[in-house]
Design a protein around this ligand. Structure first.
Ligand SMILES: Nc1ncnc2c1ncn2[C@@H]1O[C@H](COP(=O)(O)OP(=O)(O)OP(=O)(O)O)[C@@H](O)[C@H]1O
Ligand SMILES: [Mg+2]
Length: 474
């Protein structure tokens, strides 16, 4: 090609440089256009590849065969561009893919034959049933309606299912599946299918002529602490530990049940519902209105259960919140700034009148030893620790498992040697309970206002001064 005629104006070096610059820019524009076209083509090919991948396997196989017959599957090969040739662009983002699990249809409750009701209360309903296909006996628990009923699945039910599904421990009841009745729009048509255990501790304690032996109490407590430790180590607060929520089978295996109040928490735990735990098992910080609490509330309940296993009777049985606080202080002493730093800042403690600290010289340990004379000093120390008013001073479930109490004679009884009891749950009999129920979600916790506890120890000094060490336990 003949060289371009020299411009009239391009007669100096500056003009030549400008010319070169313009030429360079033109080439760059050309290169960018080509690049853009290549990208568009690559995107089009990627789209076609995705569409092809989505077509049915049969189609794909058919096409593959056709391609082979023609001997030119050129198009198909082009549909899978090499990674390096298609640089990632903004318009073709890479997606991170996670295994998401699948939603299956729940089976029908019709797969189960109801045998008998175990418990039918105001909200709850649990019955014994048999899976028709296998003959396995299970417990069917109907989900509770939310008292505020907003029409959806109550958060408590979602939590109960989620937590039970996640748990896998020998001392936590197993959820086998969730089944539904005819009307799947209603919450009370949803049932949890749980492994069946013959007893709950409350029913056994109500019927036993004699309380458990020391070795039996240890086995039960050890299993309870083991289950609670598993929950707490997995960031689960149960929030309704009590004897009716603890199941026992005929082989001496204990399992924690009823996760209707349970929830996952973080560290530090968030502000939580204050109205949790059935009154008789409720920790003092909850009674005094704390919304920041932790696993120590469950350990308080474990302490109450410990006391109940020893005597066969619930330990602290207030008629209402004020009565429960009074019963708690009578057994555990009145809090002071030394024994429970900062308790006065709790909402219900601000206006509470307490006896002067001189009249509360009985430490929890002394009162507990007086109430449980047959308990060894290690046992009394563990119980007093669990019933520390100050949550920080209660042992964790893991610490409890290492307690000397379990190493002392009598040793915990082997599960297999545990006595068997006639099962109420296996009979055509419904339970009647005279114990308070778990708090109802959505209810407001009581504002106790100004409460006067200053007289709760009146007369106690006289009793102490009298013969020996008799304390009046109200
Ligand atoms: N898996 C099970 N096997 C045998 N009995 C069970 C089982 N689960 C629960 N029960 C019995 O049913 C009772 C009520 O069950 P659960 O506590 O789970 O329900 P709930 O409706 O939340 O009860 P509540 O409000 O009274 O605490 C238990 O006290 C126990 O006697
Ligand atoms: Mg229950």
């Amino acid at each position: 090609m003949a060289s371009k005629a020299k411009s009239r104006w391009a007669d100096d070096e500056a003009d030549a440089a400008l010319d070169a610059q313009l030429k360079k820019e033109k080439e760059e524009k050309k290169r960018l256009r080509a690049e853009k076209a290549r990208k568009l083509e690559a995107e089009r090919q990627a789209r076609e590849a995705a569409a092809a991948a989505a077509s049915s396997a049969a189609d794909a196989q058919q096409h593959e065969r056709d391609g082979t017959d023609r001997g030119s599957p050129a198009k198909r090969r082009k549909l899978s561009p090499e990674r390096e040739t298609v640089p990632p662009t903004d318009s073709a983002p890479k997606l991170l893919r996670f295994e998401g699990g699948t939603f299956g249809r729940s089976r029908s409750v019709e797969n189960y034959d109801k045998l008998n009701d175990i418990e039918e209360g105001a909200y709850g309903w649990v019955s014994r049933a048999k899976e028709m296909a296998t003959g396995n006996v299970v417990a069917l628990k109907r989900l509770k309606r939310d008292p505020k009923d907003l029409g959806g699945m109550p958060v408590t039910a979602l939590r109960e299912i989620q937590i039970l599904k996640d748990c896998d421990h020998r001392n936590v009841v197993k959820l086998k599946e969730v089944v539904v009745g005819d009307d799947t729009t209603k919450i009370d048509s949803i049932f949890l299918v749980l492994e069946f255990l013959e007893h709950d501790l409350k029913s056994i304690l109500e019927d036993m002529p004699e309380p458990f032996l020391a070795s039996e109490v240890k086995t039960l407590l050890q299993q309870l602490a083991s289950g609670v430790s598993y929950l707490h180590e997995h960031w689960i607060l149960h929030r309704d530990l009590k004897t009716s929520n603890i199941l026992l089978n005929n082989r001496g295996r204990l399992k924690i049940a009823d996760f209707g109040m349970a929830r996952y928490v973080g560290d530090p735990p968030p502000a939580l519902t204050q109205l949790v735990v059935t009154l008789w098992y409720r920790a003092p910080e909850l009674l005094l209105g704390a919304t920041r609490y932790d696993s120590a509330i469950d350990m308080w309940s474990v302490g109450c259960i410990f006391g109940e296993l020893l005597t066969g009777k619930p330990l602290l049985t207030g008629n209402n919140e004020v009565g429960q606080i009074a019963a708690t202080f009578e057994l555990c002493g009145v809090p002071t700034d030394e024994s429970w730093p900062g308790f006065r800042r709790l909402p219900n403690a601000r206006r509470m009148s307490l006896p002067p600290s001189t009249s509360t010289k009985n430490t929890t340990g002394a009162l507990i030893r007086a109430k449980f004379p047959l308990l060894t000093s290690a046992g009394a120390a563990l119980l007093a620790g669990l019933l520390s008013l100050d949550p920080v001073q209660r042992p964790t479930a893991r610490e409890m498992l290492d307690h000397e109490y379990f190493r002392q004679d009598p040793k915990p009884k082997q599960e297999a040697l545990f006595p068997t009891f006639p099962s109420k749950a296996g009979q055509e009999q419904r339970r009647r309970r005279e114990t308070p129920n778990a708090p109802v979600r959505g209810q407001r916790a009581a504002d106790l206002g100004a409460v006067d506890f200053s007289g709760i120890f009146s007369g106690r000094e006289k009793e102490e001064r009298g013969g020996g060490f008799t304390l009046r336990m109200v």
